[in-house]
Each structure stands twice: as C-alpha cells, then as structure tokens.
Design a protein around this ligand. Structure first.
Ligand code: AMP
Length: 139
C-alpha cells in the first residue's frame, strides 16, 4: 500500500482543514482527537509522509518518541490522569482508519474503560478547553 496525500491528517498538516492544535515543531504536530476515547485524547502526527509504522523512516520514528513521551507526561499532569494509554494502529486489519502515521495519547482513570474507537464527535468547546489544558501543561 502506498501513501495517499489526500488523507485527513495530511490536509490538517497542509492547513486545509482546522484542528484543535496543542503543539507544533518542524517535525510533528499534536492536536485533539475529534472523537475522543477519553477526555484529553490527543494525536501526535509526524510531518513526514508515511501510512503507518510499516513504511515509516526509522529516523522519523527516532525523533518522534521523545515528543510522545513529552506529551504523555504533560497529558498526565494536565488531566490529573491515573495513567496514560499510548496506541498506534497499522492498516485496516490493525484498526487503522486514517492512513498517515499517528500515535494516540489518552489519559486514563482507574476503573474507567476506553470509549469506542472513532465513536462520537466531541463538542468543539470541550476539545478547545482540553487543548488549552494540554498546551498549558507543556509550557
Ligand atoms: P486510527 O487511524 O484508527 O488510529 O484513528 C484515527 C483517529 O483520528 C480516530 O481516533 C479519529 O477519531 C480521529 N480523527 C479522524 N478525523 C479527525 C480530525 N479531522 N481531527 C482529529 N481527529 C480525527
């Protein structure tokens, strides 16, 4: 399978559609998932084009992991979480629905199950407030 630049995260990276942005540098962007599996669910997307981990440049992955750790720590602090789930899916059989590499960072709370994947659209005001909390924790 080859990379298709018409995917929704490529459009966000090109500024063609909006997102609730948390963080951006020359290599990656972080924004809120619009159908969160828990409050504060964020996505980390490298700018380099690849479908997923199967075709990603190892150098891109090596640069990304420290950012994933940074957002994971900020997320725990921002949302007072008991733990954090970091997830990543590869190809439809692996659960992937958007075909530009990304990592999910989801605050978790004792005894609270994850909501369904790509489930219900969140209120934009809540997404904006959660993006602000995460930005503040990163500052
Ligand atoms: P997956 O490819 O299965 O790892 O997940 C893609 C994720 O992207 C899902 O959790 C969706 O809720 C999320 N998503 C889809 N479209 C958007 C969008 N425009 N902005 C933010 N998140 C999105």
């Amino acid at each position: 399978m080859t990379y298709d630049s018409s995917n929704i995260f490529a459009k966000i990276l090109r500024g063609e559609i909006p997102c609730h942005k948390v963080y951006e540098d020359s290599d990656a962007i972080c924004f809120m998932d619009v159908m969160p599996q828990g409050p504060g669910h964020a996505l980390i997307v490298p700018k380099a084009p690849s479908r997923n981990m199967l075709d990603a440049d190892p150098a891109v992955l090596a640069k990304l992991l420290p950012l994933i750790q940074k957002i994971t720590k900020a997320s725990k602090a921002a949302f007072g979480a008991d733990g954090i789930t970091v997830m990543q899916f590869n190809e439809p059989a692996g659960g992937q629905t958007v075909f530009h590499l990304h990592y999910h960072v989801i605050p978790r709370f004792d005894g609270v199950p994850l909501k369904s994947h790509s489930g219900k659209m969140e209120d934009p005001a809540i997404l904006a407030a959660n993006a602000e909390k995460l930005r503040a924790a990163l500052a």
